[in-house]
Design a protein around this ligand. Structure first.
Ligand code: ADP
Ligand code: MG
Length: 378
């Protein structure tokens, strides 16, 4: 998202719009009897308006801590958190409550509706707390939201009279009460049967369609996949998103090892990334743009073998099979960004996972067949 280039004296500078959610080196250490425990370690992350992002990771990897940091429910011990233009890490407690009330709807696993208020009163409550709308508008708005989530008939009941799925829908209506740009949810379907979970997922998808930004912690891989973007935590650190997409079967501890050793490079349109007949030295995953995989022929022509984009990889064949690079790889018509692993790191990591190794072997078979076919038709 680049704004039009701005004139700054004679120099033209492209300015990237600040992301809606921008975390820079965010850390959280909890004090425990056994000393400090680092639950988040240097998390840097940008999320733009309108994105639907799932957040996954093993139990204890830091997902809830991350949600608590960016909703201002808890404070980081290091780093910066900017959400919707506000430096959340600088807010004091009373400012945080008002800020959150207007900017974020939060949905938890256990609904957390107030048990002594009716469903309707639970939904009007955030509007009152932030002093938004008149009393009559609050009630109209709450009824409308309950209709949208499909539980208008339950408006005057206490939450305990509702099923789990209905209570979660009420919680989503409450989260939407002040029309916040961001919905942050922590295991919202964790306490629901699959039918109710599906209804909740469809509500989130419709919110995204309306331009809301939805962050959803889940440990259900099928639900996570419904979001166009998934971020993965392991041991309080973020795994490289593109590496996870490229090598989905690699266990998280190995992905973390690899993420820590990644090198990022940029290539201009048309620039060579891998040369024909070169010694193999790296494994590449594309993070931006597209590359062309090309087989040079003896008479100086070229055969286009493949075109690869973000989340796809190249450079694995010669690293795993030995020999020199057979095909060349270059950036297509736009700039390309890649992350690379050195040969040593790549081989160490891959050989630690039988499943990933066999998955790569299948891809290599397909790709070398294509190479042989292209070579023989010359
Ligand atoms: P997740 O939601 O991914 O399961 P959490 O963010 O809840 O993980 O927790 C991450 C780690 O931080 C866990 O090991 C957990 O035990 C620890 N932790 C969470 N909250 C606290 C706390 N208030 N005090 C001490 N340790 C905590
Ligand atoms: Mg959690």
């Amino acid at each position: 998202m680049f704004r039009n280039k701005r004139r700054n004296g004679d120099v033209q500078v492209a300015i990237k719009d600040a992301s809606l959610i921008d975390l820079r080196g965010v850390s959280k250490a909890y004090k425990t009897d056994a000393g400090e425990f680092t639950a988040l370690d240097g998390v840097t992350l940008q999320i733009d308006q309108g994105e639907f992002v799932s957040i996954v990771g093993k139990s204890g990897s830091g997902k809830t801590t991350l949600i608590n940091m960016l909703t201002g429910i808890d404070r980081p011990t290091g780093g910066e958190i900017h959400v919707a233009g506000t430096a959340v890490h600088h807010l004091n407690e009373s400012d945080t409550a008002t800020w959150r009330g207007k900017n974020l709807g939060v949905v938890f696993q256990f609904f957390q509706l107030l048990p002594t208020l009716t469903v309707l009163e639970n939904v009007t409550l955030p509007m009152g707390l932030c002093n938004l709308y008149t009393r009559r508008e609050r009630i109209e708005r709450a009824r409308h939201l309950l209709e949208l989530v499909g539980i208008a008939d339950e408006a005057d009941k206490l939450p305990s009279r509702l099923s789990g799925g209905q209570q979660q829908r009420a919680a989503i209506a409450r989260a939407m009460a002040n029309d916040p740009p961001i919905i942050a949810t922590d295991e919202p379907t964790g306490n629901l049967d699959s039918h109710a979970a599906e209804a909740v997922m469809q509500l989130f998808e419709s919110l995204v369609d309306q331009g809301k930004t939805v962050l959803m912690v889940t440990h259900d891989p099928e639900l996570a996949e419904r979001a166009p973007r998934t971020i993965t935590l392991a041991n309080g650190e973020l795994l490289n998103e593109y590496l996870v997409r490229a090598l989905p079967t690699l266990p998280h501890d190995l992905l973390l090892d690899a993420t820590r050793q990644i090198e990022t490079s940029l290539f201009a349109p048309g620039e060579l990334i891998i040369e024909h007949n070169a010694e193999p030295d790296k494994f590449y995953v594309i993070t931006k743009g597209d590359v062309e995989v090309v087989l040079p022929t003896p008479d100086g022509k070229e055969v286009l073998l493949d075109s690869l984009g973000p989340g796809q990889f190249f450079g694995e064949i010669a690293l795993l099979n030995g020999g020199l690079r057979t095909a060349l790889v270059r950036a297509s018509h736009a700039p390309v960004e890649v992350v690379a692993l050195s040969k040593e790191v790549f081989l160490d990591v891959i050989h630690a996972s039988k499943e990933t190794l066999s998955e790569l072997a299948d891809i290599i078979t397909l790709r070398t067949n294509r190479l042989a076919l292209a070579g023989s038709s010359q």
